[in-house]
Design a protein around this ligand. Structure first.
Ligand SMILES: Nc1ncnc2c1ncn2[C@@H]1O[C@H](COP(=O)(O)OP(=O)(O)O)[C@@H](O)[C@H]1O
Ligand SMILES: CC(C)(COP(=O)(O)O)[C@@H](O)C(=O)NCCC(=O)O
Length: 330
């Protein structure tokens, strides 16, 4: 597995990576397997064991290392003239999850949330740490409201960087990262295809925050005054790019649309309810057009170019199983 190349990433085959699970303590208990099944996704349990358990272990190592850095910072900041000067409190560890529409970001994020929230093993000489509190937010809450997208002529650019209130998203993550006791985010409804007026989600100083969205690895826009602005990714301690071949992602997108037509779209309040009253072929034609004119160009122009900014790239095969991984060297 030795990697002597000068590339910024270490490439690991599935076999290399899954061998690391031998070093991952705490295999899943039967109750945890049941709980994971209850997440609502069809996740193969071998995949959880071979790919996502080692990933959760790696993330815990990063969290611990970050705590170590904070202690070093506190030592540095301690004023020798007033030894009682207050130490900096720990701030949440922030993980970004990026990738195309329908590549599996939500599934990976929900899984990581469940795995990271498991109680951690006792380290020698230390009391058993409490199970971390892990919160998850999706960036769709920061999409501009439908009326505003219509006003700006952006309805066919939904998911493109300009369809979001990027400042509000960055401010949200900056506030969480800074340790604010309560930070709120707007909520998007896939049912009505719009922001829900008056609804918010509140994040209260979690140990770990997962921020999932198409554009979370986008660099900052240059400021009007040419001063550098910050982007949401500047607050990430770790990031994952979920990668797959475009033809596979299109197939997953169409498959999900077909499933939603049998379930969520049946609700008369659904924005897509009309697609339950036409033939499957007609409904799929609409989905294919949305893929070809919105989601695929967004992937090509905006999302895929951010892949090289991620700490870890998961490369999926046609059946969602991870075939290879690229882990950034520090
Ligand atoms: N690991 C996986 N195994 C099987 N199916 C998956 C997996 N990940 C995602 N899917 C399926 O692929 C589709 C897209 O996944 P989703 O997590 O909703 O994507 P995104 O959040 O990127 O839009 C869904 O139908 C989901 O059930
Ligand atoms: C809501 C989305 C922009 C994704 O949001 P996000 O990743 O920011 O949470 C996307 O799922 C979407 O609805 N795109 C519009 C095109 C389509 O209907 O597929």
């Amino acid at each position: 597995m030795a990697d002597v190349s000068t590339k910024p990433y270490v490439d690991l085959s599935r076999a290399d990576w899954s061998a690391l699970r031998e070093r991952t303590p705490l295999p899943l208990t039967a109750a945890e397997v049941e709980a994971l099944r209850g997440l609502g996704d069809v996740i193969d349990l071998d995949e959880v064991r071979d790919i996502y358990l080692p990933l959760a272990r790696l993330l815990h190592l990063y969290v611990e290392a970050t705590h170590g850095l904070r202690e070093a910072l506190n030592t540095f900041l301690t004023d020798p003239r007033s030894p009682g000067s207050p130490p900096q409190r720990g701030t949440p560890f922030v993980i970004g999850v990026a990738g195309s529409v329908a590549v599996g970001k939500s599934t990976v994020s929900r899984l990581l949330q469940a795995l990271l929230a498991r109680p951690q093993p006792e380290a020698e000489g230390h009391p058993r740490p409490e199970a971390p509190r892990v919160e998850r937010v999706t960036t769709d809450g920061f999409l501009l409201p439908k009326a505003e997208l219509e006003r700006r002529g952006l309805m066919s650019r939904k998911g493109f960087p300009e369809s979001y209130d990027r400042r509000a998203l960055t401010r949200f993550v900056a506030d969480v990262k800074a340790g604010k006791p309560e930070v709120t985010a707007p909520v998007y409804s896939h049912l009505v295809y719009d922001i829900v007026p008056g609804e918010h989600l509140t994040v209260r100083r979690p140990d770990i925050l997962i921020v999932e969205g198409l554009n979370v690895l986008q660099p900052a826009l240059p400021g009007k005054d040419h001063r550098t602005r910050v982007a949401v990714a500047d607050y990430f301690d770790f990031s994952v790019y979920v990668d797959a071949r475009t033809a596979d992602i299109e197939r997953w997108y169409l498959h999900r649309f077909r499933e939603l037509r049998q379930t969520a779209f049946q609700n008369p309040r659904s924005y897509f309810h009309t697609y339950t009253g036409v033939s499957e072929e007609e409904a799929l034609d609409y989905a294919r057009t949305t893929w070809r004119t919105v989601n695929e160009p967004n992937l090509r122009e905006n999302i895929a170019p951010t892949r090289g900014r991620a700490t870890l790239q998961l490369h999926k095969g046609p059946d969602h199983t991870v075939e290879r991984l690229s882990l950034r060297k520090l």
